[in-house]
Design a protein around this ligand. Sequence first.
Ligand code: LMR
Length: 402
Amino acid sequence: YFAKVPQAPADGILKLSVLSKADTNANKVDLGVGAYRDDSGKPWVLPVVHKAEQRLAEDPTANHEYLGVGGLPALTSGAQKLIFGADSPAIKDGRVYTIQTISGTGANMVAAVFLKQFKQPQDAAVYISKPTWGNHRSIFETAGHEVREYRYCNYTTLGLDISGMLEDLRKAPRNQIVLLHACAHNPTGIDPTEDQWQQIADVIQERGHFPFFDCAYQGFATGDVDKDAYAIRLFVARGMEMLVAESFAKNMGLYGERTGCLHAVASTADAVPAVSSQLNRLSRATISTASAYGAKIAGTVLQDTRLYNEWVENMGEMSRRIKTMRDLLRDKLVALGTPGTWDHVSRQIGMFSFTGLSTKQVGVLRDQFHLYMTDDGRISVAGLNSGNIDYVASAIDQVVRS
Ligand code: LMR
């Protein structure tokens, strides 16, 4: 058996953490995996999370029982309101079902298996942006889908190729599945404007495509949870059915707790019992019941007005620091006269910047400057801080010139 198993390729993001951990050089800078760091380069436990944990620790009724198959209601109901809006007619009409998942990845996988079983037509492909988070292809192919790409990044301007995107979605056969990043596109940091989202929604509706939103950065992108949910709420307001994956890894800093949800929005409440029964069945077959600790933290924050407001402030702090680092890096590269234009670093949004550095330049930065980023030139801007930004700018400058 095992002797015949071929080697799997290493994960392009996770391998960087291993390489970086093994590198003992004092100048090392890890801009690989997308995890927030504070200005001293340390992981940041959100103060609000700390408070929720204390509350849980002091709760005399706390126990370690299984959650129900749908997950923790405090989390799932709070997550629904967060993503669709507290006054969402879809929620009020009973058209939304939410199941707790193993963070965003688990939500993607439950969605992928669900769509494999129930997609209409059965030969529909899944369209992902070029480029997208490396795991998307892996998840949907693992679930047995054919995966195709639509144009997304204009590799010359490092902005959105809106005409290419619309053309590809228009030319695709009718009734395909389209994976969209709700905000803070990973890896590019390039988001459509509100007007462009309208155009995307037009084409998706015209062509009868099924939208699947991956939302891993709500509130983390702009510090404004409503703004970051614009695209999802627009599609819901247009009466479209959809699936939405939601993660609390980045915006609540619950990376290891694997806390997330999958939402199904149906056009009528009548469809919900069957859809929810199938999602519950898939979840039972894969994880049995969801994990409790992160859900209790997130549920506590989402259900308490004071903690919720504090959470929004904490997200603002993260997104402002990232924005400051974007602007600083751009300014430093401009001041150094580094060949090329660097405005895109400032313009892009969320955790990442798609720098435009080539795979070869990324290799030199890794091998000679101990600077880690993914092969496609993506940097996790959260890894920049006032202590390493000069070194990073100077390293990029030297490599671009050589
Ligand atoms: C990333 O893209 O770096 C993050 O979303 C972490 C991951 O799991 O890949």
